[in-house]
Design a protein around this ligand. Sequence first.
Ligand code: SF4
Length: 137
Amino acid sequence: MKCGTCSGSCPSGRVVAFRTRALVEARATGTIDYDDPSLWYCTTCYTCMERCPRSIDITDEILHIREEAYRLGKVLEPHKAVLTYIWKTGHAVPINDAVREKRVRLGLSEEPPTTHRHADALAVVRALMEEEGVTNE
Ligand code: SF4
């Protein structure tokens, strides 16, 4: 159909060289370029998917393409760093001292009830990552 609703709706496409429609077409024709860094420019906001008149699961497909890229060892460094944070802490954005202080000021526990407080949960996160072939390498 190539209506372009996905590209026209994409907030990332407004600021970086990322064209959702081109990626959808590359998927359909089997011509994905896994070396193209723009694969990683999607913010996974799901706007394209919500607006697609053909109900194509665009965002989910982008995530599948990224999984394939990861398995080929083609991940941008910032995304690798996020995986390392998740591996080490269970969070993509781990807590820091400033947030700890704010939590205490608000009457909350210093550490949130997540992997920060439960080391056993971090082991589960790592097991899930390993099951998906993600390691801390
Ligand atoms: S999910 Fe990704 S591709 Fe779709 S509109 Fe949002 S940023 Fe663009």
